[in-house]
Design a protein around this ligand. Structure first.
Ligand code: BGC
Ligand code: NOJ
Length: 814
């Protein structure tokens, strides 16, 4: 069953039934001010950091779910009936409910009692505020007297303290109301120089800033007493729970439409100029007032919306494709690219599943995310790379995470995840391939953010590579440290203490447990680094990398091969993990996917064997599970992976992030049908018809789909913020469609299904638009390329002569 449909022309998903299995969300903002918004107007907003600068309150894991939001209420002042046009929070029956999630905006509305209302929510570019444009139409044959209310609940900035420290919190809330604008200024009296505001374009019929005055005692957002009474009370919050609520009265002729603009924003004043007059406690509003006035003007709000649309179009237009498969097209052209921008902006911080107070930016996560967004925002990718590299340690190791506000490594988690350093090589390489901007390698970057320790970025890559060579185990394979890509394979943790962190506890010295996955990653990253070195004419250096890579490949084939597939690891006692000798966890996806992706065993048939075994033992109709058989109990030598019930998360869930490694592996074997089949099984659009089972949004990937060992096989969880976005985008675009950025230029080497007659694509690459037409004339993957009518040698398109900015490429597949 479906809960809506795609509107590809407008790049929107239209939800037509409000009680979706889970809140189906969207993101507002793409620079510094952000929000999440659900299909029933739930969600919250923050400035830069979802934990430290949270503007509005949200109740995670609440019942009913998805509470706290940007709520509009309408009240018929004659019948006294009131409702929410976004369904929540009042949950009245509605006509023509729709929620249009688009690129950086959401429009939610409906009709009830002859009154139609829609609110468009978005964050204008380069502003720290959000606009709500509420349009109300009287569809009755008679005049209507309507009160419109808009409301939010303020968060006391630090979302963690806000949810825990009530003995303090209930005393500190402060607001000001001036010219009808509500200012939230908790802690402004002391060390904060920032405040929030909530403004309304129409003359107000009342406001409230104290939650209890608005809701009434023992009442919730589904039945606010002041809305029911039809009159806000002009309350001023002193402590307790500051909110912002506005009331506007609309006296409407039949057919009349009225627009009200609400602006919710964040503003910082210079610390020395916080108050006006200077010795008072009153917020200095000189700088913020013009901003508020500007966006309360509907024409200016419309213009800002138009700019936002153009911005998103300019990003998405960098790669557009038309294939015989509609699910491929809409994910590549719209939603997958858009999700990659969300992971760029949010990393793993704020979603319906990530509370915004947990994790900062992950070193491995953000480097991998680059694969999906570097072509859209190369300049910001450059900055991200330099920030990440600055949290690298002098050893070549890395802080596992850093805080977006401070850009410093997070000491609570620390380092010692031995795969981390290699992702930097892969991230930088993706940047170089996309941009050809070699200057980044000469940028001085400190270690551990220590001034004075700066070395060229290139040296960071060299140290990343060496890090593994200095940490080899008994078989000559890389030591795993705290964990590798699989955060839950905690081989040195050996924890028997409830609640102890699997990720930061190390009870074993770590000189034995080895990772075949890191070995594969090392081979892959080593090839990348060697290519970078030879591009810089460091041929001897490149040769040493390749020699180390060749040596590691040999070790993998000797100690990391199980006969039918690649082993996963050796535990802290030297026992095999991911082997036919094991009782459970005999075969894992990660080492098989990544080793083949890295080209290991392509020549001697081992790669083909590994992919065949992956298919035989791990593939299901909903995607490829992480390992088999699932762990049926807790194993102290394995850690968190065996803490999950079978079929969930890393314990044999369909971990969508790693499925693309197998897709790419299949393309390396020339298996276009198999690669695209795997792609389609987890493609959210292709799963739209089974929304009742899948439950998450049909327009974005989720981290996990429950595996075949789970009672809820096929049910997705943890949508939006996952490396799945970047890797699926990378797999379909660069490996299956084969339009691939390389250090030498744009390569075109599709490995597409046999049944496809071809496809067309437009790719802007290093300032040139390539209009690509692929035609299938035979069944294979050999391609002959013709550029502007002239055949070219090989698969890599040379930069066009005479500074031409647009060329046509024809590719004949035989
Ligand atoms: C999850 C992993 C995640 C880790 C982050 C674990 O509980 O299962 O997917 O990477 O937490 O800290
Ligand atoms: C999610 C984490 O963000 C990522 O870093 C990790 O690789 C996967 N989970 C697998 O554990």
């Amino acid at each position: 069953m479906k809960y809506g449909h795609f509107d590809d022309r407008n790049r929107e998903y239209v939800i037509t039934q409000p009680d979706t299995p889970l809140p189906w969300i969207n993101y507002l903002g793409c620079q510094a001010y952000f929000g999440i918004i659900s299909n029933t107007a739930g969600g919250y907003s923050f400035y830069r950091d979802a934990r430290l600068r949270r503007l509005t309150r949200y109740r995670y894991n609440n019942a009913p779910m998805d509470f706290g939001g940007r709520y509009v209420y309408l009240r018929d002042d004659e019948s006294r009936e009131f409702w929410s046009p976004s369904w929540q929070p009042t949950r009245h029956a509605l006509l023509d409910y729709s929620c249009r999630h688009g690129m950086g905006y959401t429009v939610i509305g409906s009709t009830r009692s002859g009154i139609e209302a829609h609110t468009r929510y978005f964050v204008p570019l380069e502003e720290n505020l959000e606009i709500w444009q509420l349009k109300v139409t009287n569809c009755r044959a008679t005049r209507a007297h309507i009160s419109a209310f808009a409301s939010i609940e303020f968060c006391l900035w630090d979302a963690q303290g806000d949810a825990t420290n009530f003995q303090r919190n209930l005393n500190i809330g402060e607001v000001e109301v001036e010219d009808g604008v509500i200012y939230h200024k908790t802690e402004y009296r002391e060390r904060r120089n920032h405040f929030a505001y909530f403004a309304c374009s129409e003359p107000g019929a009342g406001f409230d800033t104290q939650r209890e005055a608005f809701l009434g005692r023992y009442r919730g957002w589904d039945s606010p007493a002041a809305v029911e009474a039809g009159q806000l009370t002009n309350s001023i919050a002193h402590g307790w729970s500051p909110i912002g609520a506005h009331q506007v009265k609309l006296d409407m002729a039949p057919g009349e439409t009225r627009q009200i603009v609400f602006v919710l924003g964040y503003h910082e004043n210079p610390s020395a100029d916080k108050f006006d007059p200077p010795n008072s406690q009153t917020i200095n509003k000189v700088r913020v007032k013009p901003v508020i006035a500007k966006y309360l003007d509907p024409a200016k709000a419309d213009a800002a919306f138009e700019r936002l649309r153009q911005y998103w179009a300019s990003l998405l237009d960098i790669f557009q494709v038309n294939t015989p498969d509609i699910h491929t097209n809409r994910m590549v052209n719209i939603w997958n690219a858009y999700q990659c921008m969300a992971t760029f902006n949010m990393s793993r911080s704020a979603s319906f599943y990530e509370s915004g107070i947990g994790r900062g930016l992950g070193f491995r996560d953000s480097n991998q995310d680059l694969l999906g967004f570097v072509h859209m925002v190369p300049a910001r990718a450059r900055e991200r790379i330099l920030d990440l590299a600055a949290t690298q340690l002098a050893t070549g190791g890395a802080y596992h995470q850093y805080q977006p506000l401070t850009k410093r490594g997070n000491n609570d988690i620390g380092g010692g995840f031995n795969d981390d350093p290699h992702w930097l090589i892969i991230g930088v390489s993706a940047y170089l391939k996309e941009t050809g901007d070699w200057s980044i390698l000469d940028e001085p970057v400190p270690f551990d953010n220590e001034p004075g320790t700066e070395k060229p970025l290139y040296e960071h890559l060299q140290r990343s590579f060496r890090y593994t060579l200095e940490r080899l185990g008994p078989h000559g394979l890389p030591l795993i440290g705290r964990a590798d890509w699989n955060d839950c394979l905690n081989l040195n943790c050996l924890s028997d203490t409830p609640g102890q962190s699997f990720q930061t506890t190390t009870n074993k010295e770590g000189k034995v447990a080895e990772s075949v996955f890191i070995a594969g990653l090392f081979v892959y990253a080593g090839h990348e680094l060697a290519a970078i070195a030879s591009h810089r004419c460091l041929n001897a250096e490149a040769a040493t990398y390749l020699a180390e890579v060749a040596r590691m490949e040999k070790v993998i084939l000797q100690h990391g091969w199980d006969g039918e597939w690649f082993l996963r690891a050796y535990d802290a006692f030297g026992a095999k993990i991911g082997s036919k000798e094991c009782k459970e966890g005999k075969i894992f996806i990660e080492s098989n996917g990544f080793c083949v992706l890295a080209g290991i065993g392509l020549k001697d048939g081992k790669a083909a064997k590994a992919m065949a075994a992956t298919h035989k033992y791990l593939s299901t109709k909903h995607g490829i599970v992480l390992q088999q058989p699932a762990y049926s109990r807790y194993y102290i030598n394995l850690g968190e992976i065996s803490s999950y019930p079978p079929g969930y998360k890393e314990n044999a869930g369909i971990f969508c992030h790693v499925n693309p490694w197998v897709m790419i592996g299949e393309t390396r074997l020339g298996h276009g049908d198999q690669a695209h089949d795997y792609y389609s099984r987890i493609n959210p659009s292709a799963r739209e018809e089974i929304s009742e089972l899948h439950r998450c949004e049909p327009y974005v990937y989720a981290q996990m789909i429950a595996g075949k060992d789970a009672p809820t096989f096929g049910e997705a969880k943890n949508s939006w913020l996952t490396g799945t976005a970047a890797w699926n985008y990378y797999a379909i675009v660069q490996w299956i469609l084969g339009v691939r950025a390389t250090l030498d230029g744009l390569e075109i080497a599709p490995v597409i299904p046999e049944s496809w007659s071809g496809f067309t694509a437009a790719r802007t690459f290093r300032g040139v638009v390539y209009n690509i037409t692929i035609e299938r004339k035979g069944e294979g993957n050999s391609i002959a390329l013709i550029m502007d009518g002239v055949p070219i040698e090989g698969n890599i398109v040379p930069p066009p002569a005479n500074g031409r900015k647009s060329v046509s490429i024809k590719g004949i597949l035989t």
